[in-house]
Design a protein around this ligand. Structure first.
Ligand code: PMV
Length: 333
């Protein structure tokens, strides 16, 4: 029986312009743009062994997780048309995260990008650029935002004015030097599993009364954000960043059978960030992912003052704070 083993470490990403709503076969309704992080990581080892039929076993931090194994089975089944060999495989996945699962901290982005890299390894190497592009495309089919974790720094997913961008996979791009080393301190407001999954949230967009307006806004925000990042205009970056976070949550709250993922301390933190910025004129901005946690975005140049403020005023609102920053992308390990 021949076996193949692959091991990758990837990290979560935080979207500056959000992907919320799909079209076609797991394609985004609007282009999105994100920063790949450094500390919020997943390490995955996958062993592929020839077998009579497809089966998947998965452990997360050493604990058997049948639910996740079933999800990966369903995912691999969708790929068997293109890659028939996948239907005769026993896949063993051993994975662990450096941060809590299911709290809206994009564990799916790091988890599925790591597995997509293992799978791309198994499916065979192409040239280096093609390898990551294929892995990004494979990750997208598992979880949209995961396709952006295939590169370090900033990446774009979705056809847009950025040359080379595509709905099928993400591409990296360079930003102005002043914004190259951004920090993301995450206030973990709650570690409870969220009640409505992102998959369900995306599906609700199909029926949303505001969907066209949201997609128009997202395209406009994307163009403005791209320009701001390239020119080093941190004020515009921050304004769009915060508006995107609130627009994402507004979509959730106003969708059919609307729901709310923000908690009282999410709002308390947002108000303190805005007051702090007004008083000190320092560039501290917030964003939110699909959960109650508050991502605090700031540049390296003002790090000390801002981290003092976070420790004294914001950290007491959270169960814990994770200091993260720009990461350099996947590592084979
Ligand atoms: O990748 P998914 O299907 O879990 O969608 C997540 C989308 C958001 O995290 C809410 C926004 C984004 O662009 O990352």
């Amino acid at each position: 029986m021949s076996s193949f083993e692959s091991r990758w470490k990837t990290s979560a990403n935080i979207a500056f312009v959000k992907y919320w709503g799909k079209k076609g076969h797991q394609l985004p309704a609007n282009p999105s743009l994100s920063l790949t992080l450094k500390e919020c990581t997943t390490t995955t080892k996958a062993t592929f062994t020839e077998a009579a039929s497809l089966s998947v076993s998965l452990t997360l931090s050493g604990k058997e997780e049948k639910n996740f194994a079933d999800k990966i089975t369903t995912y691999l089944e969708t790929l068997t048309g293109e890659f028939p060999a996948l239907s005769r495989l026993a896949v063993k996945i051993e994975t662990s995260n450096s941060f809590p699962h299911g709290t809206g901290m994009a564990s799916s982005a790091s988890g599925l990008s790591a597995f997509a890299l293992c799978l791309a390894d198994y499916l065979g190497k192409t040239t280096d650029a093609d390898f990551y592009r294929r892995a990004s495309s494979l990750a997208r089919l598992a979880s949209g935002s995961a396709c952006r974790s295939l590169y370090g720094g900033f990446t774009v997913w979705g056809k847009s004015e950025l040359p080379g961008s595509s709905d099928e996979y993400a591409v990296p791009f360079d930003v102005h030097g002043d914004l190259a080393q951004l920090h993301d301190s995450v206030l973990v407001i709650s570690e409870e599993e969220k009640k409505v999954s992102s998959r369900q949230g995306h599906a609700k967009m199909a029926e949303h009364l505001f969907k066209e307006a949201r997609y128009t806004q997202a395209h406009r925000h994307f163009s403005l954000m791209l320009k701001a990042l390239k020119s080093g205009d941190i004020e515009t970056m921050g304004e769009i960043l915060e508006n995107e976070a609130l627009s994402l949550h507004a979509m959730m709250m106003t969708s059919p059978e609307g729901y709310m993922l923000m908690r009282p301390n999410t709002l308390a933190a947002i108000e303190l960030v805005r007051d702090f910025r007004q008083t000190t004129k320092l560039p501290l901005y917030f964003t939110l992912d699909a959960g109650p946690n508050v991502h605090l975005i700031y540049p390296e140049s003002t790090r000390n003052k801002i981290e003092t403020f976070i420790a004294h005023e914001l950290a007491p609102l959270a169960v814990r704070t994770i200091h993260d920053q720009r990461g350099e992308g996947p590592e084979r390990c």
